[in-house]
Design a protein around this ligand. Structure first.
Ligand SMILES: Nc1ncnc2c1ncn2[C@@H]1O[C@H](COP(=O)(O)OP(=O)(O)OP(=O)(O)O)[C@@H](O)[C@H]1O
Ligand SMILES: [Mg+2]
Length: 253
């Protein structure tokens, strides 16, 4: 088990204008090495909060997160920052790349920060660009490439430091269907060919049908989860059915 979350609770304190929000409650979760998991749920259900807690960005109010046998919130601040830099990769909906750098420089950035050897880092970046079908745009600046290409570049960058887990929050949220497909193919390759462990938040059933397991959350709790057994198409239908059931529960009659 590469990641284990134990009885996670996250409460956002209120202020004079609003009362406290229980964003996560009783979350227990195990993620296997090499797995590809999607987290789905209505807006405000706690998806981003969950991803941020699991990746060490935001401390839970109670509960534990263990990654690679390490209790991450027991680590010292600097140690956690280093651990996150070395072992975890992040992809967001937007603002993934630095505009003043080329695609290839962006990909190499984590290694540059670690002072790695240049030839070794170029070789790795080239391998990843080939894997994710972006080798032809390596010399372009970030603002000169499409949103889908930027996201694939972000995936490559996330894989640069022999990353243990890639966390992605709505990675296709701003993309049209064709670019989404290219990005999801890239995730699929990262998972299959490079054995990357992926944990991805999305509200798009098509995007989540690329994963092997979907966890549905509502009001900060895990409601149900499904595993992909058959084709992607079958899984897509199963995801739609589960989302519909989640909505029905929502209507409070
Ligand atoms: N920094 C914060 N301070 C206070 N409350 C917050 C904060 N961040 C999130 N919340 C609240 O916690 C709950 C979960 O929010 P979260 O952003 O995790 O939802 P989400 O499932 O990612 O939603 P979306 O699909 O809209 O991105 C919501 O009720 C939200 O209003
Ligand atoms: Mg969110």
């Amino acid at each position: 088990m590469i990641l284990k979350a134990n009885e996670i609770k996250k409460v956002y304190n209120g202020n004079t204008l609003n009362s406290p929000t229980i964003a996560l409650d009783h979350i227990n979760l195990e993620v296997e090495e090499g797995s590809f998991t999607a987290i789905m749920g209505p807006s405000g259900s706690g998806k981003t909060t969950l991803l941020n807690v699991l990746s060490g960005l935001s401390e839970p109010s109670s509960g534990k997160v263990i990654i690679k046998e390490q209790d991450i919130f027991q680590m010292k601040r600097d140690d956690l920052a280093r651990f996150r830099r070395r072992h975890l990769g992040f992809i967001f909906q937007d603002y993934n790349l630095l505009d003043g750098l080329t695609v290839m420089e962006n990909i190499m950035l984590p290694r540059i920060l670690e002072n790695s050897e240049v030839p070794e880092m170029r070789e790795k970046a080239e391998h990843l660009m080939k894997l994710l079908l972006i080798e032809e745009i390596g010399g372009k600046y970030a603002h000169q490439v499409s949103g889908g290409q930027q996201q694939r570049c972000a995936i490559a960058r996330a894989m640069m430091n022999d990353t243990s887990i890639i966390f992605a929050d709505e990675p296709t949220g701003n993309l049209d269907s064709k670019s989404s497909k290219s990005v999801m193919n890239a995730f699929e390759r990262a998972n299959k060919d490079n054995k990357a462990t992926i944990l991805m938040v999305t509200h798009d059933p098509y995007t989540s049908s690329y994963s092997k397991r979907v966890i549905f959350i509502k009001d900060g709790r895990i409601v149900t989860e499904i595993y992909r057994k058959d084709s992607q198409k079958e899984f897509f239908n199963q995801i739609i059915d589960n989302l519909a059931a989640l909505e029905v529960d929502n209507s409070d009659f």
